[in-house]
Write a protein that binds this ligand. Sequence first.
Ligand SMILES: [Zn+2]
Ligand SMILES: [Zn+2]
Length: 170
Amino acid sequence: MLIDIERLSEEGLTVSKDFEFLSVDLVEENTVFLQPTHADVVIRKVGEEISIKGRITANLSFICSRCLAPFEFPVDSAFDLIFLPEELEESKDELEEGDIDKGLYYGGSIDLAEVILEQLNLTFPVKPLCSPDCEGLCAVCGRILQSGRCGCEVKEPDPRLTRLKTLVKR
Ligand SMILES: [Zn+2]
Ligand SMILES: [Zn+2]
């Protein structure tokens, strides 16, 4: 969805829309959309700057990086972004490194779908977990430990023995 900057009116443009993204567009592999990404956005022209302010909601299914079980990941995220025209010399100077709230736009238009997709990707955890205290899988039988103890005996290595071994190695 291309936003033509030239044709933006004084009062701006309000967009309320569902975006159908593909899982391959996401930074996190093995992610499934349970519902489309919905965005409510207001796009305004403030001098040379374009302000894009809004909120995205989505519901995805992630794979837990510890126990490998799928879990629901609801997204509800607000954002407030500024885009500067690429042609403007001061644009690049104004962009500080690591400033994720500012961007450049090229050729007089902004692809709103791209902006929404980036914001969606930014909400994702680096290491998805079904719960913060997920215990993962049993090292012996591979069962998910969360759903009850499997009864396997996991032998903790004796710390004294490990130290002895390192000593012997030297
Ligand atoms: Zn888990
Ligand atoms: Zn087990």
